[in-house]
Design a protein around this ligand. Sequence first.
Ligand code: SAM
Length: 352
Amino acid sequence: MNELERWIRNILKPERMTTAELAYDHMESQSGECLAVIYQPLDHTKRSHWHDTALIGAFAHAMGEARTVLDVGPGDGWPSLRVADRFQKIVGIDPSPKRVEIQRENARRLGITNVEFLVMNAEEMSFADGAFDGVMAASAIEQCDHPERALAEVARVLRPGGRFAMIFEDFDSYFDGGDGDEELWVQRDEAVPLGEDAGGAREDSGGRQRAPGSIVMYQVRTKIPAHETRYGLFVDTRGLESIRSEAGDEGTATVAFFERLRPHVRRAGVYELDHLTSSTVGPMLAEHGFTNIRHLDHRLTPVLETFGALHEAGELDSHRETFVDECLTLGAAAVDAAGDGPGDFVVAEKRG
Ligand SMILES: C[S@@+](CC[C@H](N)C(=O)[O-])C[C@H]1O[C@@H](n2cnc3c(N)ncnc32)[C@H](O)[C@@H]1O
């Protein structure tokens, strides 16, 4: 634990929170409204739309012949809303009421009716054993307090022979050769639970008191052990701005900056996560009854190379009508080519 962490723990005495309570429940959009189809019209000239569509191809292909599919932690509705036309029924679960509100709103706006979003923790699902033919999870299992419990639940709700596909933050390959990192940023928000005494407080749809505020996030991650600690300081936005203009910068991860921030802190929270890695996730899945466990790299280099070559040659426009099918095919091919690993996209089958 570094000096700033010790200061935060001793002085601010942060409450233990989940990732949903500290971060996801306070975001209007978890993706920054950049998702193709969900927030932006599909655009064949955008590299990110090629990549995103190929990932959808990979998820859909990995589900095999599934008709009923579960999406763990859909954020703004990804990937559920993009793959919905491939399946009879998709259920998305997320412990954050705010996220579920946004997921439902996005489904309504897009006219997608075979998707249902529920407030539920992946570690304690209320579904019957074998309820789903397939389960998808994108950057969500590692956001659970206990990822292994969530994987055990995924195995329980999958029918024998059912398919699982997950993208995860692979701490084995995350830090470009370094041992870890630290980061400070501000999550600006109009709906932070600052408590009843905060000016401008109002009740949200879940009956919680919220007021205009921001969250100062300070995160420390280590490669070994694969671990993340995140502190969130719920602050009065005006107070924060006055300090930042005084400091003349965005704020720094120092005790001095946090001392100045202290009078404006209404609440402080902390979560700790033991992250998955390419080397730990395979044995974990095998232990929970999965077989045919294979890895791929979610960057899907062949898709990016194809885009790059077409862009360079000025030929993107001639792929306007075909690029979606091309991306879906490239994504599916990446799943077919998946191997022993490493790789931060894992596909597996529940043992029959
Ligand atoms: C990084 S976001 C990923 C969102 C989306 N799948 C995507 O890739 O854009 C993580 C999501 O997992 C959800 N989450 C956190 N803890 C969870 C839990 N215990 N069970 C299910 N979902 C959880 C968060 O609320 C959030 O929506």
